[in-house]
Each structure stands twice: as C-alpha cells, then as structure tokens.
Design a protein around this ligand. Structure first.
Ligand code: KIV
Ligand code: NA
Length: 270
C-alpha cells in the first residue's frame, strides 16, 4: 500500500481504529514490522539501552538517531517514521530546529520530544517550519536522574490535572501527536478524549488511540525482568514476524494492554 501519512493516522484515531507503533532501529526489522501490520516505526532513543548497552537514554546523540533513522527509512516502504530527539537537543528553538532538520533529512516524518508545558515554544517553531512533533509526557526517560528512577507519573489528582493542562497546551502549540508513558489508564483516557490529535500509550491502558512497545521487549529479549507494561509476544509464536503480527492484532482488538499491564492512580484523600 501507499506510505502512511499523518492525516491517515489522524483519520484512524478519529474512526477509533487503533494504531500499532513499534520501535525499529534497522532496515530489516523495520520492513518485518511493517509487513506484520505496524503503522508507525519509532527510532527511539531506547536504542541507547537495547543496541548500545548503555544504562539509560541520556548518552544518545542526534548523529546516532540519524544513522538508525537512515537504516529504517531505507528498509521501510509503508510506515510513518518517527524519530526521537535525544537528551538536551531541544532546549532552545535554534538547536531544536537544527537537530530536527538532521533527523528529517535522515528520513523521519515526525520527531518526538520529551517534556511538559515548557515544550510549547519549541513545538510551535518546529511546527511552523513543517516538522510534525509528537510530545512525550508522563514518564520521560531522559529525566530519569531527576525523577530518581523510572516512576509512574500523574498518579495524584493534582498531578493528573497538571498533565491534562500540559497536553492541551502542547496540542495548542502545534503538537500533532502525544505519547503518554506510565500514567494511570483513567488519566490517559481523559487526555485521549480531550485532545484532537492521536495519543499513543505505553503503560497507559487500552484507551489511547495507539500503543507502542520497544521491539526487543515484546520479543522477550534481555535478562532483566521486563517492565510491568510489557507482554512477551514471542511466547507461542513461530517467528519474529508472527510475534509482531500478534502484537498488532492484540492492539487492534484491544486485548493488549490488559489490566495487568497498567498502573493504579493514588485515590484522592489518601
Ligand atoms: O525510546 C523509545 O523507544 C520510546 C518508547 C518507549 C516510547 O520513547
Ligand atoms: Na524515547
């Protein structure tokens, strides 16, 4: 089929047709994922951990994301390609525009930035320059050292209201997509219902427009205990392509994520 566009993704979200997103870092996995039905390929800065063996995403550079984006773009024929902007590469608009240009030239169709309301100026400028932006809210792994670990966000009623306001502000500024990581499902549902752009979730319940996982996680690789929001789709699959097909199917029919992959909010008054 033809290349999936941002307008197609917006139409899918409006029609309540769930979107399957998966990380990819190279040509052959990119092609395998899209043949299995994945609509959006994310060159995540998670590559710092899964490819480079680093402790976090913090050391990843724009040149590294650009290299993997080129690899994915060469292998891909149909997917929409989203690339992460690394740690500290978008703290002013000039820097953000320069580095986003590098990723767009490498083959990205959208860039993803982590943050809160403060991203509005940068998003507005990128958007004016023709760069679609996904704003990543909630557990933003580039801030792991500030958070003091990988912690669920938006758990209290107060934190939820702040995230909802940030989501509005960033969509107003021009964000064409949001990604919510490790937030309670109720909050993710409220944000999804309140904004006019597709919302992607990871550890955010089944009510977002799209789901994303790190490919290596859903293939069951790695010796560490997987995060609560991960399902191993290699279990019961005959091949990697079949595992990805089963992930896509489970996203489409709403059977993934299930309750066991979600995080509870803190009840108010406690
Ligand atoms: O880097 C990444 O793979 C991501 C996803 C986990 C959302 O940002
Ligand atoms: Na990332």
């Amino acid at each position: 089929g033809p290349r999936i566009t941002l307008s197609r993704l917006k139409k899918m979200a409006a029609d309540k047709e769930r979107i399957a997103v998966l990380t990819a870092y190279d040509a052959m996995f990119a092609r395998t994922a899209e043949l299995a039905g994945v609509e959006v390929l994310l060159i995540g800065d998670s590559l710092g951990m899964v490819l480079q063996g680093k402790e976090s995403t913090v050391p990843v550079t724009t040149a590294e994301i650009a290299y993997h984006t080129e690899c994915v773009a060469r292998g891909s024929q149909t997917a929409f390609i989203m690339a992460d902007m690394p740690f500290m590469t978008y703290n002013d608009t000039a820097m953000a525009c320069r580095d986003a240009a590098t990723l767009m030239r490498a083959g990205a169709h959208m860039v993803k930035l982590e943050g809160t309301g403060w991203l509005a100026d940068v998003i507005a400028q990128l958007s004016r320059q023709g760069v679609p932006v996904c704003a990543h809210l909630g557990l933003t792994p580039q801030s792991v050292h500030k958070f003091g670990g990988y912690k669920v966000q938006g758990k209290t009623a107060e934190a939820a209201e702040i995230m909802l306001k940030d989501a509005y502000a960033l969509v107003d500024a021009g964000a064409d997509m949001l990604l919510l990581e490790c937030v309670p499902p109720d909050l993710a549902r409220r944000i999804t219902e309140s904004v006019a752009v597709p919302v992607v979730g990871i550890g955010a319940g089944a009510d977002t427009d799209a789901q994303v996982l790190v490919m290596h996680d859903m293939l069951g690789l790695g010796e560490r205990k997987p995060a609560k929001f991960v399902r191993n789709f290699m279990n019961g699959s005959e091949s990697i392509q079949q595992a990805i097909e089963r992930y896509v199917q489970a996203v489409k029919d709403g059977s993934f994520p299930a309750a066991e992959h979600c995080f509870a909010a803190v009840e108010s008054g406690h």
